[in-house]
Design a protein around this ligand. Structure first.
Ligand code: ADP
Ligand code: TRP
Length: 321
């Protein structure tokens, strides 16, 4: 089973990203082949500062290695190091009706938000189709917002196959149904765009400060408290095993402790949970050359997979003459 996933290098990772997608990606390395790349061409649709994009790319690589992407088990690279993807992107463009892209929610949402509509924003799904189809994955694990992009990739692949034969493998998307939406400190979905995140790799003091801002009910210290809808509880349980979760529920029911106590507890368990990851991150941060070597080796492996398919495509389409 081959799973392929693209990661936009868009800044600090938060615990919503971790429990919503990264953890599953890391775990899937145990059972199958993982192809994961940093989508730096895609990030150009929102980052126009070159120095910043280069920095964000290395930051994403460092973070994902720290969180458990294992280059011995997985193929991990930067999108722009496998240029074949741009060639396929152009070829696929000839099989992409304008209407298909005009219907893309993600594009329409971005334009509705006032983001300037340029060609890369519009053709984003074609590049994503090339990312996917170049490596013939069985599945593409995605969040809900990306389902339509995988469907567009399937549609483009079908049109291509109609012209040249059964060449491109149609991808299936996979949604992690059991993954709950992680709440932010204000109780809405945790998201960078809402400014309500708790970062995975924040400083301890800053993290505690953020945790203290979590919105909670106002209940007197001695009173029993509701845990079901409490943001602190709902965040804490992500880090706890069954026994610890039950113990925390008891503390809520018993009364005698305030939300301040539970917040301190949350900050503590969170800090402990990411301790090993932090250590690994510090290692890679201090050894950026090693990170570059890993990415380079990953790109060579990815190219080796892409090259034979690309050769067939060039030959069938008459580009190889
Ligand atoms: P953000 O909303 O902060 O911009 P992204 O859209 O970059 O986050 O999300 C990257 C991945 O993390 C997606 O696969 C998404 O499903 C997951 N994710 C983000 N926020 C959450 C959340 N609050 N709960 C669960 N999963 C999340
Ligand atoms: N568009 C995806 C996102 O914003 C990132 C991405 C780019 C991707 N290419 C991909 C995801 C290919 C899966 C497969 O999250």
């Amino acid at each position: 089973m081959r799973a392929l996933t693209g990661i936009q290098p868009s800044g600090d990772l938060h615990i919503g990203n971790y429990f919503g997608s990264i953890k599953q990606m890391i775990e899937s390395q145990k059972s199958g082949e993982v192809f994961a790349f940093i989508a730096n061409y895609h990030a150009m649709t929102s980052v126009n500062d070159g120095e910043r994009l280069a920095k964000l790319t290395m930051q994403a690589a460092t973070d994902f290695l720290a969180l458990g992407i294992d280059p011995k088990k997985s193929i991990f690279w930067v999108q722009s190091d496998v240029k074949e993807v741009l060639e396929l992107y152009w070829i696929l463009s000839s099989f992409t009706p304008m209407g298909l892209l005009e219907r893309a929610h993600s594009y329409k949402d971005k334009v509705a938000k006032g983001i300037a509509s340029n060609h890369s924003l519009f053709s984003y799904p074609v590049l994503m189709a090339a990312d996917i189809l170049l490596f013939s994955p069985d599945i593409v694990p995605v969040g809900k917002d990306q389902i339509q992009h995988v469907e567009i990739a399937r549609d483009i692949a079908l049109r291509f196959n109609n012209a040249y034969g059964d060449i491109l493998k149609l991808p299936e998307f996979k949604i992690e149904e059991h993954v709950a939406t992680v709440p932010g400190i204000d109780g809405q979905k945790m998201s960078k765009s809402y400014g309500n995140t708790i970062n995975i790799f924040g400083e301890e003091k800053a993290q505690l400060k953020t945790v203290k801002k979590i919105v909670t009910e106002n209940v007197a210290l001695e009173e029993p408290k509701e845990f079901e809808n409490c943001n602190v509880y709902n965040l804490a349980k992500l880090f706890l095993d069954e026994n610890e979760t039950r113990e925390l529920q008891e503390r809520y029911k018993r009364g005698g402790e305030g939300h301040g106590h539970f917040k301190l507890y949350l900050a503590e368990v969170m800090w402990r949970y990411f301790a090993d990851f932090r250590e690994k991150r510090a290692y890679y941060e201090a050894n950026q050359e090693e990170v570059r070597e890993i990415l380079y080796a990953g790109a060579q492996k990815a190219k080796a997979v892409a090259a034979p398919l690309m050769e067939r495509i060039r030959s069938l389409s008459g580009i190889a003459y």
